[in-house]
Write a protein of this length. Structure first.
Length: 306
C-alpha cells in the first residue's frame, strides 16, 4: 500500500487529473482546513484558544520558472503579516524547491534571508522543510549558510535516512532547531531504513541524542514531527530521566490527525504545534501523508462517504 501511494504521488497524470474530482477534494479535508490562507488562519485562531500553536506551510514544490519564487516569497510575507496582526503563536515552513532552489540557489537564499529576517522581527522561527534524499545534502548545506546570518531558523530532518545521525552531530555546534519526522518519500535501502521497527528505533535514538546534547548545554530546539504517541511517550520518559522538563521538546502534528491527542498533550503541559498545510497544490503532499500511515486511507474513505 505504501509503495502504491508513493507511486501515485509521483505520477504526473494522476497529479493533473485526480485533484479535480469531487471525492478527492472531499477526502483531503481530513488533512487541511481549506486551500486558501484565510481558512488556515481561521483554524489557527481556534487552535490558539485551545493552547495549540501552529506551523503554516503553503503547498507546492519544484518550480518551473524562477519568477514564480517571487510570488511564493510574497505569499509567505503575507502569512507572517497575518500571524503578527492576529497575534498568533505561529511560524512558517517552506520547501526550498518552492522558492526556486532547482533554478537559482542564491536567489532562493535571498528569499529565505528576507523571510527569516521578517520572522525574527516578530520573534518567530523560520523553518526549512526537507524533501527527497537527492536534496538532503544541499538542504543541510543551505541551512548552514542561512543559520550563519539568521539564528532563528530551523530544519526538518528525516529519521528513516541512514545519514541523519551524522547530520545532527554536524549541526549541533550551530545551536540548531530541528524538526524530526520519520520520512515520506520512496527511498532505496542504501539510503533509508525500510522497516517500521528500524525507523522507529532510529527516531528514538536521534531524539535522545538531541536531549542529551541539550542536557550537556547545547541550545537545541527539538520538534517531534510524529503522530506516534508511543514514541512521544518514550522520548518524554528519556527527558524525565535526564532531568529535563516536558517543555524540552515540542510535539508537532498535522492538522486533522489525532486532534484528541494534541489537545490532551497540551492540557498535560507539553508544547504542541499543529502543522496547517493549505493551497491548491495538495495532491503529492496528500498522497505522501497517506503513505506515512496507510491506515489513514480508511479515514480518507470515511470522509468521502460520511
Amino acid at each position: 500500500m505504501r509503495a502504491l501511494l508513493l507511486w501515485m504521488a509521483r505520477n504526473r497524470w494522476l497529479r493533473e487529473h485526480l485533484p479535480r474530482l469531487w471525492f478527492a477534494k472531499r477526502a483531503v479535508r481530513r488533512f487541511m482546513p481549506g486551500e486558501d490562507l484565510e481558512s488556515a488562519i481561521t483554524a489557527a485562531v481556534g487552535f490558539q484558544v485551545e493552547g495549540l500553536a501552529t506551523l503554516f506551510t503553503h503547498l507546492g514544490e519544484n518550480l518551473e520558472a524562477i519568477g514564480d519564487a517571487d510570488e511564493v516569497a510574497a505569499h509567505y510575507d503575507r502569512v507572517l503579516d497575518e500571524i503578527a496582526t492576529r497575534k498568533l503563536d505561529g511560524e512558517v515552513s517552506v520547501k526550498l524547491t518552492q522558492l526556486g532552489y532547482d533554478l537559482d540557489v542564491d536567489r532562493t537564499l535571498e528569499h529565505c534571508r528576507e523571510l527569516a529576517g521578517r520572522a525574527a522581527a516578530d520573534g518567530k522561527m523560520f523553518w526549512i522543510d526537507m524533501e527527497g534524499s537527492a536534496y538532503t545534502e544541499g538542504t543541510v548545506a543551505f541551512y548552514e549558510r542561512l543559520k550563519a546570518t539568521h539564528p532563528n531558523t530551523g530544519l526538518c530532518l528525516q529519521a528513516y535516512l541512514r545519514r541523519t545521525a551524522a547530520d545532527i552531530q554536524r549541526l549541533l555546534p550551530l545551536d540548531p532547531a530541528i524538526r524530526l519526522v520519520k520520512g515520506a518519500y520512496a527511498e532505496t535501502a542504501a539510503v533509508a531504513y525500510q522497516s517500521r521497527h528500524d525507523v522507529d528505533a532510529n527516531y528514538l535514538a536521534l531524539s535522545v541524542a538531541m536531549l542529551e546534547a541539550m542536557r550537556a548545554g547545547t541550545k537545541v530546539r527539538i520538534g517531534l514531527g510524529t503522530h506516534d504517541i508511543g514514541l512521544i511517550d518514550q522520548v518524554a520518559q528519556h527527558a524525565t530521566a535526564l532531568g529535563l522538563p516536558k517543555t524540552s521538546f515540542e510535539v508537532q502534528m498535522l492538522y486533522g490527525i489525532r486532534m484528541d491527542q494534541q489537545r490532551r498533550l497540551a492540557r498535560e503541559g507539553f508544547l504542541v504545534r499543529d502543522l496547517i498545510a493549505y493551497g491548491e497544490a495538495w495532491y503529492p503532499w496528500y498522497m505522501r501523508r497517506l503513505a506515512e500511515r496507510p491506515a489513514n486511507v480508511l479515514f480518507a474513505l470515511r470522509q468521502v462517504i460520511g
